[in-house]
Design a protein around this ligand. Structure first.
Ligand code: PLP
Length: 388
């Protein structure tokens, strides 16, 4: 059986009529950059995310860069980031000649470990970028408390988490000073190319980001700041307006798929329960879990990725690839081990990130997967793992 990691054609087929009409209408209008389609999408995002201001931008990476420019990050400033994320989270810091300061992750959630932030704060620290990795909120209460105590900005990297809730029901992207999202096609809400979004409840930051998105310009050819071209296309906005009403349904399907994986892995004897962090005879596959607080309130995890951990990961990977199962590793190399960051000399004391880089494996989780496909993935992993 063939099970791709992601098949976007199925989603396109289900919305083809509306998507084609939306694209056609932008083409007819010949209004391609920013403009009414973008404003319409931004209003819909305000309502969906629950924030006062949204601005469509050119990508998730540019959303992060724009956010850091808006809070005034300068050369030599330090910005705290988890060492385990997509490259953009740290890359944007270095692009402003500031210093990304790496912090280990929590082994259960794969998100930044708040207990490890404090020792990394110095007089140069200006901001923290928590990442809501794989579709689950970072521990925002702990992070906001540290930020308030040390007068730091918080920029949420929600590229993988549009529509995820923090445990008390607040949407990711509304808790820190600025939220950043990506509409790269493989995210839960993808457009037909590159696109992104910044969100904020702060009118001053909103206004500054609006300037910075168009070279710091307003009115035309009068430049208050040095910004960039961070504009989103009207075509992408039109596509997003068609897809947004379906996002919650897709996220619910991803959660159902995650539940089915979990049930099947437990039934096959490969795992006792989700959220185990140590391998043993009863836990040869470690399953993800939405974290919860003392009162048992869970994060609303939207599973942009479904990540298991296995020993001998590369052997497992090779076998399931040969059996037709799409998979990937997010991410094989943490920031502290990247060649381009070697000169930062930030050591190797990141045991959880190192374990995740060695053992994590992403399985297909997209909404249109069938029960048979998920059963096949679990039985194939069972065949290779039980042999070890
Ligand atoms: C995808 C992603 C980004 C970058 O988004 P692009 O739209 O690809 O530029 C940033 N951070 C994280 C965590 C991501 O997953």
């Amino acid at each position: 059986m063939n099970v791709p990691l992601l098949d976007l054609k199925l989603q396109y087929k289900s919305l083809k009529h509306d998507l084609d009409a939306a694209v056609q209408s932008v083409v007819e209008s010949q209004y391609f950059i920013l403009g009414p389609e973008v404003e319409k999408m931004e209003r819909a995002m305000n309502a969906y995310i629950g924030c006062k201001h949204s601005l469509g931008v050119s990508s998730g990476t540019d959303a992060l860069l724009l956010a850091l420019m808006a809070i005034g990050i300068e050369p030599g400033d330090e910005v705290i980031v988890p060492t385990y994320s997509f490259f953009a989270t740290a890359g944007v810091v270095s692009r402003l000649n500031a210093i990304p300061v790496f912090v280990d992750i929590d082994m259960l959630s794969y998100n930044i470990d708040p207990k490890k932030i404090l020792p990394k704060i110095t007089s140069k620290t200006k901001a923290i970028i928590p990442v809501h990795l794989y579709g689950q909120s970072a521990p925002m209460d702990e992070i906001m408390k540290i930020a308030q105590e040390h007068n730091l900005y918080v920029i949420e990297d929600g590229a993988q988490a549009i529509g995820a809730d923090y445990k008390d029901g607040r949407r990711t992207g509304t808790i820190g000073n600025i939220g950043c999202f990506s509409f790269f096609p493989s995210k839960n809400l993808g457009c037909f190319g590159d696109g992104g979004l910044v969100t904020t409840n702060d009118p001053v930051l909103a206004e500054k980001m609006k300037y910075l998105r168009v070279h710091g310009m307003n009115p035309k050819y009068y430049h208050k700041y040095i910004g960039g071209n961070f504009r989103i296309d009207a075509l992408q906005a039109a596509v997003l307006s068609v897809k947004l009403p379906h996002l919650d349904g897709w996220s619910a399907k991803r959660r159902e798929n995650a539940k089915l994986y979990t049930d099947l892995f437990i039934k096959s004897g490969l795992s006792e329960k989700p959220g185990m962090t140590v391998f043993n005879d009863k836990n040869k596959v470690l399953l993800p879990k939405a974290i919860y607080d003392e009162s048992g309130v869970h994060n609303y995890h939207i599973y942009n990725q479904f990540i298991i951990r296995v020993q001998h990961r590369d052997v497992v990977r090779k076998y399931i690839t040969e059996q037709g199962i799409g998979n990937d590793v997010y991410y094989p190399v943490s920031f502290h081990e990247q060649e381009c960051f070697r000169s930062l000399n930030q050591g190797n004391d990141y045991p959880s990130a190192n374990a995740a880089a060695r053992e994590s494996l992403a399985l297909p989780i997209f909404p249109e997967l069938t029960k048979e496909q998920i059963e096949y993935v679990v039985s194939t992993i069972n065949a290779v793992v039980q042999k070890q």
